[in-house]
Design a protein around this ligand. Sequence first.
Ligand code: FES
Ligand code: MG
Length: 580
Amino acid sequence: MSRSTSRTRPPEELRSHQWYGTDGLRSFSHRARTRQLGYLPEEHLGKPVIAILNTWSDINPCHVHLRERAQAVKRGVWQAGGFPLEFPVSTLSETFQKPTPMLYRNLLAMETEELLRSYPVDGAVLMGGCDKSTPALLMGAISVDLPAVFVPAGPMLPGHWRGEVLGSGTDMWKYWDDKRAGLIGDCELAGLENGLARSPGHCMTMGTASTLTAAAEALGVTVPGASSIPAVTSEHDRMAAASGLRIVELVHQDLTLSKIVTSDAFQDAVTTVLALGGSTNAVIHLIAMARRAGVELGLDDFDRLARSTPVLANVRPGGDTYLMEDFHFAGGLPGLLSRIPDLLHLDRPTVSHDTLREQLAAAEVHHDDVIRPRDRPVAAEGGLAVLRGNLCPDGAVIKHIACEPRLLKHTGPAVVFDDYRQLQRTINDPSLGITADSVLVLRGAGPKGGPGMPEYGMLPIPDHLLKEGVRDMVRISDARMSGTSYGACVLHIAPESHVGGPLALVHTGDLITLDVEARSLQLELPDGELERRRAQWAPPPARFERGYGALYADQITQADTGCDFAFLARPGRVPDPYAG
Ligand code: FES
Ligand code: MG
């Protein structure tokens, strides 16, 4: 049974009452300014104020429909007796923002937190979906701990080109490699430009966006089934209106985020990501969100749960055929979760139901090849493995279901690139002697060194090997990888090279052993050699001398702890704005 609306909070209990309802000069001023905004007293006084945080922007194709969609959220809020106010917040466009929107995830998290805290807000609707916007909005909202509902932007429609169905991101990489291998030319590329991403919405593969919005649904902060609804459909409008209705009820029930995003909820979000064969980026973002909620979540949780969680979503790039629209019509996340009830905490609340069990009661799967049954999984174990070893003392991550099996256990000589520009300049240089057995190593691409851990982790395979048909190699870095990428890429090495992690000490020609079964990544060096090299290592100069980049480098934490800012991640008191 869904949540009832039995209780209406008296106006004096609402947070916004301090702004509007008290006797002093300030309330008089705030009421006068709300008249200036064009509202009658009876339209808003005593009603829950709902902030709609909207990441819409002309530069963000994944969110370009959210300006209009916010109107549906407002409709729901009005109908439920709330007072909606839309706040434009910064947009993180995975495609356009350089060097990477990851550099700005924490900035949007800060903006979210401070807007909600400093304005007369009783509850929030958070609108986003393109990769980092989901964790950013949730991290900020969790820190304020008001009631909140997340409205996922929704996936774009499937791509089409010459009779083929295209996945955004995934097919971009694939066809770019085909162009480099001389298999297609400019004419084909022009057609692909039109077909790869053909509607508003986030990437429709199981990339970072689809993974993180599904994680938000699994956490319990969206209305049921919200995360896979295609962005441009009427169903998406209805979901937005339902979210507006719901948030007002949550304010009346005082169901703040901390009551939803519990330790059990985060464990279930991890299980969900694994059952989806989701993006490696989820590891960093879920750890960051959990820490904001005061929940201890670490790399070992991912590895432990991966061993008992089958991959059931047959969605590219982890699966081989389908895209998010197929997943949606196959039953979406409720369908998938209905196949793993034994792996979930069913008695925890969500924004819509008293328990997850109730929420999933009517869930069904309508297409067994898209959402696989337990006895026919895409992979028997979850898609991620956490590696340890002398090259990554604080851990590293590999999406092993997306690599060629022959590389899961591999020893090869390192070819080291000190930064991404050097890699771009020299990767095709024959004098490097790169073979299919080489281990490509990129450093200087971590949280501090990148800065912002750009998605450089799927290092390009040299042209001469591509022409020979080589499509996968072992690649290791302190970078991240796009959720739509694939290959034997070891990512998120911690500590990163920029702060003196062992990755900084690798020489070209050193042997490196990857053994996914043993969860190990080793630099094969004689005893004492690593220490000898460390004694000679000097830290690189700071990348930023001033500005946000300098603040970022000063405060950013390493990948295994979520890349939050230290001053945001730590617990502590923040004064109420009205207490001064
Ligand atoms: Fe926005 Fe892929 S570019 S989700
Ligand atoms: Mg991405």
